[in-house]
Write a protein that binds this ligand. Structure first.
Ligand code: AMP
Length: 208
């Protein structure tokens, strides 16, 4: 009997770094993932399909159980919550840092700080703990532009090599969190499909 497992993957760098781990665990897409426009892909494994999603949508698919498993950044889990699934494995991929950053010597020490970010909840928590008053400017991308155009004093964003910050004349100030991608598992799936899922999760963990 087929298990019909769906694994939701985050498109972009997480997807790229997930594929070698999946290959080590014996799962490969049935067609080249770079060129296809399909969002639900067969694999070499008759039980497993891959759904290719934006990171913010991965927890939703896993929470509702239409995907049994998901691979998603810890930033997304912290920002949008972790209801309805377990965080099973730290896959150690797509590692980066969530930082505050801005233009050197251009950040006011006192008064309300204008912070541009897509991570509204994490940002509110972080500055709340520091006791600093902030106004949040919610953006969806190209955050580095906000201080340059005086839309904000600082940004809260993911940084990997630091090249994007440098190219735009920004520097990192404080590290808020270290981020990596996690394997998440729907709570019902793990109970109902244990004989298939446990060994699969185990082999993914071993391939990390
Ligand atoms: P970098 O220039 O290597 O520091 O990368 C910074 C840019 O890539 C920023 O626009 C970040 O939002 C994005 N970024 C960095 N690391 C990640 C990650 N692990 N997942 C998603 N986006 C990332």
């Amino acid at each position: 009997m087929k298990n019909n497992i769906v694994l939701a993957l985050t498109k972009g760098r997480i997807l790229k770094e997930s594929l070698p781990l999946l290959a080590n665990a014996g799962v490969e897409p049935a067609e080249p993932i770079d060129t296809t426009r399909k969002l639900l892909l067969e694999t070499n494994h008759e039980d497993i399909k891959l759904a290719i999603l934006r990171g913010v949508d991965v927890p939703t698919y896993v929470k509702y159980g239409v995907a049994d498993l998901g691979i998603v950044g810890k930033d997304i889990l912290l920002e949008y919550g972790s209801d309805g699934f377990y965080e099973a494995v730290d896959l150690g991929i797509a590692c980066c840092r969530l930082v505050t950053a801005g233009i050197p010597n251009m950040v006011p020490d006192v008064g309300t700080l204008r912070v541009a970010t897509k991570f509204v909840n994490i940002t509110r928590d972080y500055f709340g703990r520091k006791g600093r008053q902030i106004d949040i400017v919610k953006l969806y991308g190209a955050l580095e532009l906000a201080p340059l155009m005086d839309l904000s004093d600082v940004i809260v964003d993911l940084v990997d090599t630091g090249n994007t910050l440098r190219a735009n004349g920004l520097i990192p100030f404080e590290e808020i969190l270290e981020i990596s991608s996690r394997l998440i598992v729907n709570k019902t799936s793990i109970r109902q499909k244990t004989p298939f899922l446990l060994p699969f999760i185990d082999s993914l963990e071993k391939s990390v």
